[in-house]
Design a protein around this ligand. Structure first.
Ligand SMILES: *Cc1c(COP(=O)(O)O)cnc(C)c1O
Length: 362
């Protein structure tokens, strides 16, 4: 087998090798059926069992009660930017959004097609380097919900506490779901595209409180495929779901349980992030643009003293098996995405290379 890369991709991102090996072993013949999971009817007993087990494990990992639906959908987190207002506005005219970076901005733009968006707070004035102080957020009782992005994948800004909310709280957790325990009961709705921390692209998870769906009606004229009630009623099989991605997500959930669940993952992830932030903070060469208390454990942008060094840094990293460290074009510099499947050993390799590069070029 060729050696696996140290893969710091922001998404689609690294998956656990154990999971890929299991998928490989089951590729041609899943459990004696003589076919691949991707060749099976979604209505077959075999697939329904795969689907139900995955949902059960996901609920167990996050502690999701029966008060919530869990939906396995397509269309990415981006589709949810529109589906959320269509499902949750009800008779309200406005929704509140906190703007902490690129993904919040996109969610705001899309919601603006359907309602008045109240930007409750924004850190745009400081280049999205922090979470605006919660005490200053402007939310009105008439706002249908309050939307946050729990982890800004591009800027590397993360909520480390769930903010108090006077209206139902909605969170885009695409890039930090399953990285740590979360009190789901504090949220009306949580959504996440799978390709960061869950599985392959093509699957989107939505966790939504049943009573809110029952109390609010879908905006007139909306496609039924965007209606959570339609998907909930059909156990996410109103049309063909992304079966193979659902299966792989299920393997990832089993893997997470074997690691000790989300409490164990939080410890591992915190240590990985600390290793990298220490390396940045203890050098006069690398810097982090993010306020310390809001730094992400998942996506860590950092810059070199001079952007002309970036190319050499990346070339050296690739020569040592480290891939996808180039920062997002809107931020520049580097970004290491260190989701659940990225090991401490990969972070250690990066930190060791950073030290080496600094000694040579600093
Ligand atoms: C990647 C990402 C998205 C967009 O996801 P798609 O699946 O490409 O639509 C939205 N929000 C966050 C926080 C992300 O990381």
């Amino acid at each position: 087998m060729t050696e696996r890369a140290h893969n710091f991709s922001a998404g689609p991102a690294a998956l656990p090798t154990d999971v890929l090996e299991q998928a490989r072993d089951e590729m041609l013949d899943y459990g004696g059926t003589g076919m691949s999971v991707m060749e099976m009817s979604h209505r077959s007993d075999t697939f329904i069992s795969i689907a139900e087990t995955a949902e059960k494990d996901f609920r167990e990992l996050l502690g999701i009660s029966d008060d919530y639906h869990v939906l396995f959908l397509q269309g990415g987190a981006t589709q949810q930017f529109g589906a959320i207002p269509l499902n949750l506005l009800g008779d309200a005219q406005s929704a509140a959004y906190v703007n902490t970076g690129s993904w919040s901005t996109k969610a705001i733009e899309e919601a603006g097609r359907f309602c008045t968006v109240r930007v409750a707070a924004s850190s745009e004035g400081t280049k999205f380097d922090r979470i605006p102080a919660v005490a200053d957020w402007q939310v009105e009782p008439g706002d249908a919900y309050l939307h946050i992005c729990s982890n800004e994948t591009i800027g590397g800004v993360q909520f480390h506490d769930i903010p108090a909310a006077s209206v139902p709280l909605v969170a885009d957790m695409s890039s930090d779901i399953l990285s740590r325990p979360v009190d789901v009961n504090r949220f009306a709705l949580i959504y996440a595209g799978a390709q960061k921390n869950i599985g392959p692209a093509g699957l989107t998870l939505v966790v939504v409180r049943k009573d809110i769906l029952a109390a609010r009606r879908m905006r007139d004229g909306s496609p039924s495929m965007l209606d959570y009630r339609v998907h909930a009623k059909a156990d996410s099989m109103s049309n063909t779901p992304p079966t193979y991605a659902w299966y792989l997500a299920g393997l990832v959930f089993k893997w997470l349980k074997r690691q000790g669940g989300l409490t164990a993952m939080a410890q591992i992830n915190r240590r990985k992030a600390q290793t990298l932030y220490d390396a940045i903070d203890n050098s006069n060469f690398y810097s982090s643009p993010v306020a310390r208390e809001n730094r992400s454990w998942m996506n860590i942008p950092f810059t070199l003293p001079d952007a002309t060094l970036d190319k050499d840094f990346l070339r050296g990293a690739e020569a040592r098996g480290m891939q996808n460290l180039k920062g997002h074009r809107s931020v520049g510099g580097m970004r290491a995405s260190i989701y659940n499947a990225v090991s401490q050993a990969s972070v250690d390799a990066l930190v060791s290379y950073m030290g080496e590069f600094e000694r040579e070029r600093g």
